[in-house]
Design a protein around this ligand. Structure first.
Ligand SMILES: Nc1ncnc2c1ncn2[C@@H]1O[C@H](COP(=O)(O)OP(=O)(O)OP(=O)(O)O)[C@@H](O)[C@H]1O
Ligand SMILES: [Mg+2]
Length: 373
């Protein structure tokens, strides 16, 4: 059965003067899902969300919520709520008054019903017994939950969240990230979450839309984005990477696999797009998917350990490759298990990886180079 769609954006474009902040973006958000828009700063994320919420009119394209076209519906009549990065709570009001604020504005509900509804949502976000506390007397994480409760009490079709975790410190952000995901699953409300932080998007989302310079790069599950990035940008932006520029395709193994050459070193690679022999490519190699063996082996790439950064669960091992004609360095992320070899700086090691660890795309000049050209 096809899943019901809660939000649909079709060829959405926003022009600010000569700047195209959002460029012909289309996607569907399934009902009850956690959908993230991930992109670097100024890529157009907030602008997309503000158009869905009705605070910004599209230059062209359509927005549907719950199957209804929203373009001409004013913000306060749309079945969605926006939670801002700076929460925008009333600091001198207590928790219950903050949470019932939207209900009071909506009107037509008795005071006791409003309190009951607010209490119900506050319970669900694990904020009991704090009703009379002023916002200024709550921790950052508690304030976050009040902001969520204030929106959820209005029972929106979709909750729009504009980086609400970015104001928190790292530890709290980690905790809230899991809590937010659990809360969303429990409530079943559709969440649209925007962030520039891939660790947040990967951990929480059912689906992620990656956006860059206003353009949609890929819409996929976190797993799919990580394993099969569709573009050079997604490969460079999602997950950890070693990026080697300006290699050559020397052989096509099959539709998805090729062999690439960097200064005489050969690597197998997943062809992220259609490639031909002789093409100039960039290679993205996942540090955690590289096999490291002590000593020089018959097959694999030989290197000398330059640096080891130990962090308990892992070591990040920086290896200089000794057999290439161009200087090449690679980071290897070793997970510590009983089998993990003990290695030291200056040790000779052999590295190997499979097709799934290395994604090849046509070379893209870094932005600094483009400006010079
Ligand atoms: N009202 C506006 N007038 C003119 N330009 C704008 C306006 N709002 C946004 N922009 C520009 O549009 C582009 C996209 O902005 P947007 O706020 O959507 O980015 P973002 O992806 O949310 O970035 P961040 O991660 O930094 O919040 C930016 O270049 C921004 O300067
Ligand atoms: Mg923004």
């Amino acid at each position: 059965m096809p899943r019901e769609i809660d939000v649909s954006v079709v060829n959405l474009t926003k022009q600010f003067g000569s700047l195209t902040a959002v460029n012909n973006v289309s996607f569907d958000v399934p009902k009850g899902s956690f959908f993230s828009i991930l992109g670097p700063s100024a890529s157009g994320k907030t602008t997309v969300l503000r158009m869905i919420a009705g605070f910004e009119a599209p230059s062209s394209g359509d927005i549907f919520i719950g199957g209804k076209r929203m373009n001409d519906v004013p913000a306060n009549k749309r079945p969605c709520n926006l939670v801002f990065q700076r929460l925008a709570l009333f600091p001198m009001m207590n928790v219950i008054d903050n949470v019932t604020f939207g209900l009071r504005r909506r009107g037509g509900i008795s005071k006791s019903d409003m309190v009951k509804m607010a209490q119900d949502v506050l319970d669900r976000v694990d904020l009991k017994g704090l009703n009379q506390r002023k916002i200024s007397q709550l921790s950052g994480g508690q304030q976050q939950r009040v902001a969520l409760a204030r929106s959820l009490v209005l029972d929106p079709t979709v909750l729009l969240l504009d980086e609400p975790l970015s104001a928190l410190d790292l530890k709290l952000r980690q905790d809230m990230k899991l809590e937010l995901k659990r809360l969303q699953a429990r409530m079943g409300t559709t969440f649209m979450y925007i962030t520039h932080d891939q660790t947040i998007a990967l951990a929480m989302s059912d689906t992620i839309a990656v956006i860059n310079f206003g353009k949609l790069e890929q819409v996929a599950s976190p797993d799919e984005l990580y394993r099969r990035p569709a573009t050079h940008f997604v490969a460079s932006f999602v997950g950890e990477n070693n990026q080697w520029n300006n290699g050559r395709v020397v052989k096509l193994v099959d539709d998805n696999t090729c062999q690439v050459d960097f200064g005489g070193l050969l690597s197998v690679a997943r062809a992220g797009e259609k490639l031909a022999v002789g093409d100039n490519i960039d290679l993205f190699i996942r540090p955690e998917m590289i096999l490291l063996q002590p000593g020089r082996k018959d097959s694999g790439i030989v290197g000398k350990i330059k640096e080891i950064n130990f962090d308990g669960a892992h070591s990040l091992v920086v290896v200089d490759l000794v057999d290439s004609k161009v200087p090449l360095t690679i980071n290897v992320k070793l997970q510590h298990t009983e089998q993990t070899p003990e290695v030291a700086v200056n040790d000779i090691v052999t590295l190997s990886w499979g097709q799934a660890a290395a994604n090849a795309f046509h070379h893209v000049a870094p932005i600094a180079d483009k400006k010079e050209a």
